[in-house]
Design a binder for this molecule. Sequence first.
Ligand SMILES: Nc1ncnc2c1ncn2[C@@H]1O[C@H](COP(=O)(O)OP(=O)(O)OP(=O)(O)O)[C@@H](O)[C@H]1O
Length: 263
Amino acid sequence: MNAPAPIVRLDRVRLDRGGRTILRDISLEVPKGQVVAVLGPSGSGKSTLLAALTGELEPASGTVEVFGRPMPTRNRDLLELRKGIGVMLQGNGLLTDLTAAENVALPLRAHTTLPKPVIERLVRMKLHAVGLRAAADAFPRELSGGMARRVALARALALDPPLMIYDEPLTGLDPIASGVVMSLVRRLNDTLGLTSIVVTHHVHETLPVADHAIVIANGQIVFSGSPEALSATEDPLVRQFLNGEPDGPIGFDAAPRNAQEAA
Ligand SMILES: Nc1ncnc2c1ncn2[C@@H]1O[C@H](COP(=O)(O)OP(=O)(O)OP(=O)(O)O)[C@@H](O)[C@H]1O
């Protein structure tokens, strides 16, 4: 029997922005059910990679497949595909004049014609899934940073997307809230049968819940393997990133320049 197609597949992808090569030779397969951590220093191109996964950025070369199909080029097909991808962006992006429940309802109102009582029930279910049913009527300013992040998570889940993408889900959270959010990411992935990609530079909080990790530096993938293999690696470039050292083989602000030179 053939193995099922991976949920995400990138084959020798090159990504350019503003006329510069940001990432090159990116090959990656994400099987259904996995939580994959995409790690790398600031400015290494993690958000650029995400833009390629949502079809926002077209590769300069190579192919991107999501849900076993090549990334569509027609706008309407692209919008359809994006309904299957729940994205939680850096920060919460919650609308401050709406309650938690109203924020979660937004995608359901925008993308479905479901009647109001059904939407209200779905919203309650999503808030329950992130442990915040009691906070439905609270405004974002009344929530802690971690709670607000969980509301954003419930909103990203609103349309039951099979693929979840998290862009720096832990920014600004303390260690306890970070732990809560990351274990929620794992639990939702498993209980709802999702596949998750977590882009972050928070290595130590993310690795414990990941099945697979890749590290991006100097414009390419410099590590791909299990979290255990990542922790054990002696590759000086990867170790520099893991240990947060400013000096070493990763030119922290020179990554795109190097990438272009090497392209
Ligand atoms: N729209 C754009 N046009 C030109 N260059 C861009 C654009 N967006 C990002 N870049 C450049 O691409 C490089 C990678 O940026 P990207 O935001 O993908 O990195 P990142 O790893 O997500 O960083 P961070 O962790 O700080 O968010 C940077 O040098 C950035 O200046």
